[in-house]
Design a protein around this ligand. Sequence first.
Ligand code: AMP
Length: 360
Amino acid sequence: MAVDVSGVVREYQDSRRPLVIATVCSHSSLQIFHGARREGLGTLGISVGGDVKFYDAFPLARPDGFLTLGSYAELLDLADDLIAQGVVLVPHGSFVEYLGPENYMNLRIPTFGNRRILEWERDRERQRRWLSEAGVDIPKRFREPGEIDRPVMVKFYGAKGGKGYFLCKNYEEFTEMMEANVFRGGQYQIQEYILGTRYYIHFFRSPVNEGGYTLSQGSLELLGMDRRDEANIDEMYKLGAQEMLRRYGIYPTFVVTGNVPVVIRESLLPEAMRIGELVAEKGIDLFGGIIGPFCIESIVTDELRFRVFEVSTRIVAGTNIYPRGSPYSDYVEEDMSTGRRIAREIITAKKKRMLDHVLT
Ligand code: AMP
């Protein structure tokens, strides 16, 4: 359960003081600050350790001020002070990771987005339920290693950034890989390995917007798409077959090192929008809905079928490619990054007296 911030949100709604967008200095912070500045909001960078010199290299994305902490947990004690400044926290993937999920749920400072999603995003079983009940096609799951009858990906729960995942094709390979894997003994999920092309689709669900691609509540926008650069799997083909590599102790990892822009065949766009809609609508049923950015992580097969292997429910780092908008957001509004869209949503919600629909 998240702490109740409705009283503070009411204060923000009634106050004339401009709001200040704050986030942790990492992940997509340049884009979040840049977007907030372009919408005329104040900005505050939260840093542990104070290594913020790199912002000097990017003056248009440098926050107005910094809050340097000894640990992220100190944010909880500073709540009154930050509320007095009208701070809204914009969480990104690293924000929750650094702060810790429990501290995040207990923060008395209003955050942009629906905090209730966290339990649906972090728990792999619940996320599967959300996606399958939504009606999207997800990779088959194998309950027992003995059932493996095709290429699979074994995902360990503690594996960070895909390091510690492994691929195998049958039970024998599974046991061999378990022996070699550092996460041996930990909880894992065995998932069908989908062969195809990956697309990470950046959506934005607005509970306050009217018109456009409408949902039962609010609307859906497609703001961009990327593909992730992943080490070392992306380059492994240059060294030869996986079986051979294993003999040399080289195992694939899926650690994200960067992102590249992509567009999808236009004939696939209706299905991409339909998937975004299904996931967003199920979210409305299950936990009151996604607020703001989310990302559908998908693979399109050579039969042109989308398979969704994950959903991220905050701004993803792949949006950093598009500080001035993407080939999709350009058809919604020119010059619109996801960071700027977040600031715009907060401003619009305040104008419509609907701030409580976007801050939790
Ligand atoms: P994840 O931690 O689920 O985002 O997965 C990390 C990376 O593993 C993804 O970016 C994909 O490259 C790859 N991946 C994950 N699930 C699958 C799957 N079911 N089939 C093929 N590749 C996958």
